[in-house]
Design a protein around this ligand. Structure first.
Ligand SMILES: N[C@H](CCC[C@H](N)C(=O)O)C(=O)O
Length: 290
């Protein structure tokens, strides 16, 4: 059966969006890996499935899957695309709307310039909430990464994030240290890994190694996590421009007791449909991935 989808992106963090409001998504993890394969399938950083809400305070729900077939609790660039997709379908009007992410409700608002503002909820710093294996909550942790100590900050935006401060983000060892921290024993559910260069109290540069994906051109929850960790260290102000390889996000956090606000674009690329390959062909296309 043909699978209909929309290809979208938020600052080059790209998505396949599938409308599952009428019928549940049919692909298993191997099928998701095939769909996410840029050579044998469509290709995406995340698959987003639009679903009926279970929480009565939310209009719709969305599911998030990484290219390795694993699921994620939050996706900041993705939720902006979900909102834009629903608005194009006539299902979302103006004003704030609550949407149900796998880790709870977020609120979205489509702005007149086509950008989307999102209440991403409060960052959670308690180690158990991240989850991070640490004796006590701190704004710095020294974790063991393949036999040496690396200093990180950590928080949950509904998904786990580690943050490494660097002097020069262009030279940061993202492809080496990213996967090593993603799989460090201190993170029992692995983590997304941000590398942040502080430019000023209102601007940072950020690259993110995403759990289950690799380095992406942008990571919305990663941008929120970076600002939360750096603000907790009193290194940035409440309003921060986050420059990612794919473009810029505005992030605002007033501190404990307040949600993190994120604003950025949501872009349609094309609508399409693809036939599922016969069994075997799908897995053949994914064996090259670890
Ligand atoms: N691209 C997403 C984050 C995906 C997170 C995912 N890789 C995970 O396993 O948590 C964003 O814009 O926030």
């Amino acid at each position: 059966m043909a699978l209909r989808f929309s290809k979208m992106h938020g600052l080059g963090n790209d998505f396949v969006v599938v409308d599952c409001r009428g019928a549940p998504f049919a692909l298993d993890a191997a099928g998701i890996r095939w769909l996410g394969d840029r050579h044998f399938g469509v290709g995406f950083d995340q698959l987003l499935t639009l679903e009926p809400a279970r929480d009565p305070s939310c209009r719709f729900a969305y599911g998030i899957w990484n290219t390795d077939g694993s699921s994620a609790g939050q996706c900041g660039n993705g939720v902006r695309c979900v909102a834009a997709w629903l608005a194009r379908a006539g299902a979302l009007g103006p004003g704030m709307t609550r949407l149900e992410s796998p880790s709870g409700a977020v609120a979205v608002e489509l702005l007149g310039d086509g950008s989307v503002r999102v209440d991403m909820g409060e960052p959670r710093f308690a180690p158990a909430a991240i989850p991070l294996d640490a004796a006590a909550e701190s704004d710095r942790y020294a974790i063991d990464v393949v036999g040496r100590e690396v200093e990180i900050g950590a928080t949950s935006m509904g998904n786990p994030h580690a943050l490494v401060e660097v002097d020069d983000v262009a030279a940061a060892p993202v492809a080496v240290l990213g996967p090593q921290i993603e799989y460090a024993p201190a993170f029992p559910e692995r983590c997304n890994v941000g590398f942040a260069e502080i430019v000023s109290r209102t601007a940072i540069r950020l690259r993110v190694w995403e759990r289950g994906v690799g380095e992406t051109l942008a990571c919305g929850s990663g941008a929120c996590a970076a600002v939360a960790v750096l603000r907790r260290r009193a290194k940035v102000d409440a309003e921060v421009r986050v420059a990612l390889p794919g473009g810029e996000l505005e992030v605002h956090w007033d501190g404990p007791g307040h949600p993190v606000w994120m604003r950025g674009p949501a872009t349609f690329v094309f609508d399409g449909e693809i036939a599922e390959p016969a069994t075997g062909a799908a897995s053949a296309g994914t064996t090259r991935k670890s």
